[in-house]
Structures are given as structure tokens and as C-alpha cells.
Design a binder for this molecule. Structure first.
Ligand code: SF4
Length: 435
């Protein structure tokens, strides 16, 4: 029997993307091959998300689509957060699925897939879990890659189901992360995006204890690594040493992804979040003192139980005051098993949608205005890809897949070019290469 082929569909966050890349690495080490399409694959895997209701619906729809599109002999395997949290429900509700493998069962994923495929995988010299830890990922198709530095979260935000899905924080040792960074750079990656559920708390669970600043010192020392970016920074965990490193290191994008979630202190307390409008103002002030040109992003929850029009106005005023470069607004989704789901004062979904639109409009105007201020500046731009014959890329100000892009008049994927901004179009910029 020739070695089976597989197809992986990935949903959800950057951390899930890393998991998919590692599962693909494990399957390839075991002798499986990537199929040209889902229809041709012997094994179809769907890596699901269960963060909020909308994500769960998308996961279920994707599983059903995969079932419809697969060839009749193919096996359908569901992995990821939905499998971890609702394994039994998936098995009973979608009997077409051949296997459901939650995150805790990844050490047995290869056995499960191989028994389904009726194929004896190539013997591995290490355990599947060890391999999943540091397997060399498939050669990235883009010049940036996410690097997951920890799993799980120790915080107890009242709206969030992630600690229940992904467990307590487990930081990876610095040496292991640096080794993976070297592999990725050797495979052509120019920008590494460090991710975790609570990145700024990295290393707190390790013995001896280390910090995110220690990790950053080690990662920036990786040869030929052009850019490092940090995502998911819990505001009250951001200390001066980290601010100085993000703003100070040449190869670290002076980009602060602050998950503020709201600006009203009363609501933040109900969310179980440490912080408040005054502390956020101070933090943003500290960052801008360290680097006046730093780029700031945040995510916000809209429609948390008890949220009033007044709270929304407070957030709107805060946005106008602090002038973030980017922000995303997420409708509150009651998550079973979370304290917030039991809170009174549910906000009508129509009102939530209206409020999110209102706040997004305020932010879109701010983003456009801050982008317009970039005209005339010269920026180092990493060319990500060619779209319709046009090179597109990002400077330190734009994170992959969530912020705007920069269109260029020249440049090849993976190249870092110096370009002068000649135009701004809402969230995107246009620039001409000067060197
Ligand atoms: S810090 Fe993030 S992942 Fe952790 S509980 Fe809060 S929202 Fe969830």
C-alpha cells in the first residue's frame, strides 16, 4: 500500500495554525504525504476553534463541508478546541466523523489516524508528543511564521473558555523555542510572530522562572532573523523591561498588541480583568515615551452583560483620546461554564451589532488618519507576496492577517525593502521602493 495522503483545514487563531503545522510535520515524518486537494486525500483533518459561538458554528459547517467533499474511502478526523471541549457532542451529532481527537489526546493522534487509514506509519525515533513539541514545520510559503511559546492560560477572565479548553499555562523552554526559531529562519522565514494565550506572562511557570524579556533577548540573537513581533499582551503584565525591548531592539517590531477588552473600569472588573482606564492611559503613555512612533493595536469585547450605552460612550471617548493604530471589536458570546454567562443584564444581539459597528467606525476613522500621517515616511517593508502582479508587504506597523497592507512598486516575497509611503487608503498604504 502506498503511503496515505492527508489534507488539513485550519480554523481559529494563530496558535491553532501552529498546531496544524506541527501535526502536518508529524504526519510527514511518519511517511504521510500532503494531498493536492481535500477530495483526493485519504485522511481529511479539520483543526477546529471553539472560542465563541460564531467560531463553533464555522467549525461545524467546515466539518460538514469536509464530509461532503471527501472521497468515499477517505477518513474524516476532527482535532482542535471544538474536539477538546465538545468531543462527545461531535461524535453523537455528526456520526460521519471517523475520529475526534482533542488536544489532550494529540500524543495518540498518529496511532488514531494510522489505524483508520489501515497503514503502518514509518517508525518514529521519539514520542509523538516530543515530535509535536519541536517538529520542523513544513517549509513556510510566506516569509513570516507564528511561533507558539506557551500553551494554556492561568488567568480567569470571566467571559473566556480558553483556560477550560487549553488548561493552565505551560511555557516551552527558551532553548526549544530558539531551536525552532533557527529552523524557521533557515527555512526562509524573515519575521517571527511570538504567540501564546498570555504572552507577557511567559516563563512564570518554568523552574527556574524566566520572563518574556529573557525570551526576547534569546530570540533576537538568532542569526539572520530580521523581525520579531509579539501578539496577545495582557496589559497589566506589560512591564518597563518589555516596553524598552520592544521599543529598543532594532529587530523587534515596535508594535504593541494590547488586549484591553474595554475601557470602563466597572465592566473590566466584571470581566475579571486587571486594569482600568487610568492604568491603560499610563501604559500607553509609557509606550509612547519609549517610542513615539510605536504602533498600538487592541481588541475589545462589545455587549458584555450589563454594558450600557454609557459604557459604550466611555469606550468611544477612550478610542478618540488614545488614538490606537488598529483595533478589533468582538461581540460578547456567552460561553457555557464561564462566570459571565450567568451574569444578568444580557445585551440584545441587535444592540451589540449596532454598538460594534459604531465603535468600529470611530476606530476606522482613527486608523485612516494615522495611516495618512505615514505619507512621506520611509519604512522597512517585508514583502509577503505578489497579489495580482503587485508586491504587497508590511512594515513594523502591520501584523500579518489582522492589520492593513502596503502595496509596493517593486520587491520579491521574502525581501525587505526600504520604501517611501506615497499614499494611504483607509487601512492600507502605498509605497515606492527607495532601496
Ligand atoms: S488572558 Fe486571554 S486566554 Fe487567558 S483567560 Fe483571559 S482572555 Fe482567556
Amino acid at each position: 500500500m502506498t503511503s496515505p495522503t492527508f489534507w488539513m483545514t485550519t480554523l481559529g487563531c494563530a496558535k491553532n495554525q501552529v498546531d496544524s503545522e506541527k501535526i502536518v510535520g508529524l504526519l510527514e515524518l511518519a511517511g504521510y504525504h500532503g494531498a493536492e486537494s481535500a477530495e483526493e486525500a485519504d485522511v481529511v483533518l479539520v483543526n477546529t476553534c471553539a472560542f465563541i459561538d460564531a467560531a463553533r458554528q464555522e467549525s461545524v459547517e467546515t466539518i460538514l463541508e469536509a464530509d461532503q467533499s471527501r472521497n468515499p474511502e477517505a477518513k474524516l478526523v476532527v482535532v482542535g478546541c471544538l474536539a477538546q471541549r465538545f468531543g462527545e457532542e461531535i461524535r453523537s451529532a455528526i456520526p460521519e466523523v471517523d475520529a475526534v481527537v482533542g488536544i489532550d489526546h494529540y500524543p495518540h493522534l498518529l496511532e488514531t489516524v494510522s489505524s483508520l487509514a489501515g497503514w503502518q506509519p514509518v517508525p518514529l525515533r521519539r514520542s509523538a508528543m516530543d515530535i509535536l513539541h519541536d517538529v520542523r514545520r513544513a517549509t513556510p510559503t510566506l516569509p513570516y511564521a507564528y511561533l507558539k511559546v506557551a500553551e494554556g492560560c492561568d488567568k480567569q477572565c470571566t467571559f473566556c473558555a480558553i483556560p477550560g479548553i487549553r488548561g493552565r499555562q505551560r511555557s516551552r523552554p527558551i532553548g526549544e523555542i530558539v531551536a525552532e526559531a533557527r529552523h524557521l529562519v533557515a527555512d526562509g522565514v524573515r519575521e517571527l510572530v511570538l504567540v501564546a494565550q498570555d504572552l507577557a506572562a511567559y516563563g512564570r511557570d518554568l523552574a527556574p522562572r524566566v520572563t518574556i524579556s529573557d525570551l526576547l533577548d534569546a530570540v533576537v540573537a538568532v542569526d539572520d532573523l530580521e523581525r520579531v513581533r509579539l501578539l496577545y499582551l495582557y496589559p497589566s503584565e506589560i512591564r518597563r523591561p518589555l516596553i524598552e525591548r520592544i521599543a529598543g531592539y532594532e529587530s523587534v517590531a515596535s508594535y504593541f498588541d494590547l488586549s484591553l477588552q474595554h475601557a470602563d473600569s466597572e465592566l473590566l472588573r466584571a470581566m475579571g480583568r486587571v486594569g482600568g482606564i487610568d492604568r491603560y492611559r499610563d501604559l500607553i503613555e509609557q509606550i509612547r515615551q519609549a517610542d513615539p512612533l510605536a504602533a498600538l493595536r487592541s481588541s475589545f469585547i462589545v455587549g458584555f452583560p450589563g454594558e450600557t450605552e454609557g459604557h459604550v460612550e466611555t469606550l468611544g471617548e477612550f478610542l478618540r483620546e488614545v488614538q490606537l493604530d488598529w483595533a478589533g471589536f468582538f461581540p460578547y458570546s456567552p460561553e457555557d461554564g464561564t462566570p459571565a454567562a450567568l451574569l444578568p443584564g444580557r445585551v440584545d444581539p441587535t444592540d451589540i451589532a449596532d454598538r460594534a459597528r459604531y465603535l468600529q467606525q470611530i476606530q476606522d476613522d482613527i486608523t485612516s488618519a494615522r495611516n495618512a500621517q505615514q505619507v512621506g515616511r520611509e519604512l522597512q517593508v517585508l514583502v509577503d507576496q505578489i497579489e495580482d502582479g503587485v508586491p504587497v508587504g508590511r512594515s513594523y506597523r502591520e501584523a500579518p492577517e489582522i492589520d492593513g497592507m502596503i502595496t509596493l512598486d517593486a520587491g520579491m516575497p521574502g525581501e525587505i525593502v526600504r520604501a517611501r509611503v506615497v499614499g494611504s487608503y483607509g487601512s492600507d498604504l502605498q509605497a515606492e521602493v527607495v532601496a
